[in-house]
Design a protein around this ligand. Structure first.
Ligand SMILES: NC(=O)c1ccc[n+]([C@@H]2O[C@H](COP(=O)([O-])OP(=O)(O)OC[C@H]3O[C@@H](n4cnc5c(N)ncnc54)[C@H](O)[C@@H]3O)[C@@H](O)[C@H]2O)c1
Length: 436
């Protein structure tokens, strides 16, 4: 048996009998659910994070990610299937290192891959023969081959023989009750066929469906296509919301009727703009990569433009509505309902509700907010504490802006008591007693 076959066969056998051990670097919205699913599949997992509070929470059985229940985490921690540490050198103990660190944008909207580089350096410094590294962070096509492969080769390892390298995009959808880590198909692209074979064997016990593609570049691009698809289609329906507003047509009625077409139409809904860590960010990774190849990704740019103008559109709608009752924005009491970037999650990163608040405050409004998931907001000089959603707060507001349609909000109360409602999500139309 050759050296490569040996290292590959050993890892594959360890995957089959669950004796393979994993490190997950980065224990956030993507990394923690992966760590939990690996552990629940029978693998021992060391979670590595640079944030001591995250590590302490996990070791104490407290989940900071809404899709992972503390009960589930606690039992995996107490059964010693998961432990967390800030010490990156612990990756030398494991067979497989999964990298799930952030991939934000720099101030100039260029990819900031410094977290990937830092985590990869820490892992590769400790790398030993027989290990596999799987990059999961969303990034531009070429990252695995251009940033990770040379670092491994510099250490004298032959990828596909001594060690195995693949890209497998994290596809978690926070708050999605139907599609979670295990039942969401997992795309895998290995640097070599052997890398893909080993990664497939490692992930087979963890995911219901694996989708091998021919290279890491394909796998990297799959994720960017998915998120660009969302960004472009959200941009399209947001533009349709503006078109309908100008034509005095109900955009929601148009979309619902269009969605009855059983083929050739995919329903997307307009809203206050794009938010979260992925959709507003990821397409820029692709646009940046293509700029370097002298190609301008026009759909990405146009969708970004339309989506980022939506908060200003909704503020104009507030101004128009107040104007009808002879009130200016300045001095008006405006109550925001929902400030997270999507319903039923606690994440306010890149939330367009924050842009709406900022624009309203700039124009002199007295803004307050209610969000069952967010107790305080501190953003760009605006500091707010969540108020109660009561008859008094609803009646006391000159205008209510529904920016996020959390399921638990009492929409009947708003229907009954509010004087003006700007409903960016069509929450009030979605049935009595609930918003979804
Ligand atoms: N949040 C999502 O819904 C989602 C979905 C799919 C893919 N992704 C992708 O997954 C990646 C991670 O995103 P996230 O939302 O989980 O981010 P996050 O901010 O929730 O978590 C990242 C964690 O990584 C830690 N970290 C940073 N540098 C580290 C290092 N060098 N070593 C170890 N830990 C380190 C941070 O302390 C943090 O706890 C990104 O590329 C993102 O685009 C996210």
């Amino acid at each position: 048996m050759s050296r490569s076959r040996n290292a590959a066969e050993i890892l594959i056998a360890k995957a089959e009998d669950r004796s393979a051990t994993f490190a997950v670097m980065g224990l956030g919205y993507a990394g923690l659910p992966l760590a939990v699913e690996l552990a629940a599949s029978g693998f021992r997992v060391v979670g590595v994070d640079i944030d001591q509070a995250v590590v302490d929470g996990i070791n104490g059985g407290r989940s900071h990610v809404s899709d992972v229940s503390s009960e589930r985490l606690k039992s995996l921690v107490s059964d010693k299937f998961i432990e967390a540490t800030v010490h990156a050198d612990r990756v030398s103990d494991v067979d497989v290192v999964c990298i799930c660190v952030p991939t934000p944008l720099s101030k100039t909207k260029d990819p900031d891959v410094s977290y990937i580089v830092a985590a990869a350096d820490a892992a590769i410094e400790q790398l030993r023969s027989g290990q596999a590294i799987i990059l999961e962070s969303t990034t531009y096509p070429g990252t695995t081959r251009e940033l990770l492969l040379p670092r491994i080769q510099e250490r004298g390892f032959v990828v596909g023989q001594d060690v195995f390298l693949a890209f497998s995009p994290e596809r978690v959808d926070p708050g999605n009750a139907k599609w979670h880590t295990r039942n969401t198909p997992k795309v895998i692209g290995g640097i070599t066929r052997e890398c893909a074979r080993v990664t497939k064997a490692l992930y087979e016990p963890v995911f219901d469906t694996l989708v091998p593609v021919s290279s890491p570049e394909s796998a990297e691009l799959v994720k960017l296509l998915e998120n660009t698809f969302r960004s472009v289609n959200i941009g399209l329906v947001n533009e349709m919301a503006i078109v309908c507003d100008k034509l005095h047509v109900d955009v929601w009625e148009v979309i619902e009727a269009a969605a009855t077409k059983p083929f050739g139409f995919v329903k997307f809904t307009p809203g206050p703009g794009l938010g979260g860590h992925c959709i507003p960010v990821d397409p820029h990774y692709l646009a940046w990569k293509m700029r370097g190849l002298n190609y301008k990704t026009r759909f990405i740019d146009v969708a970004g433009e339309v989506n980022s103008e939506m908060p200003a559109f909704w503020v104009r709608k507030v101004a128009e509505a107040l104007n009808k009752v002879s009130k200016p924005i300045k001095g008006s009491d405006i109550l925001m309902i929902g400030v997270t970037y999507k319903k039923d999650v606690g994440d306010i990163r890149e939330s367009p509700a924050l842009d709406i608040i900022r624009l309203l405050v700039q124009q002199g409004a007295n803004v307050s907010y209610y969000d069952p998931f967010v107790s305080v907001i501190s953003n760009g000089g605006v500091e707010l504490e969540c108020v109660k959603l009561s008859s008094a707060t609803v009646k006391g507001a000159d205008c209510i802006v529904i920016a996020t349609d959390h399921s638990s909000v009492d929409y009947d109360l708003i229907r009954r008591e509010a004087s003006i409602v700007i409903d960016t999500r069509n929450a009030l139309a979605q049935g009595e007693g609930g918003g979804s």
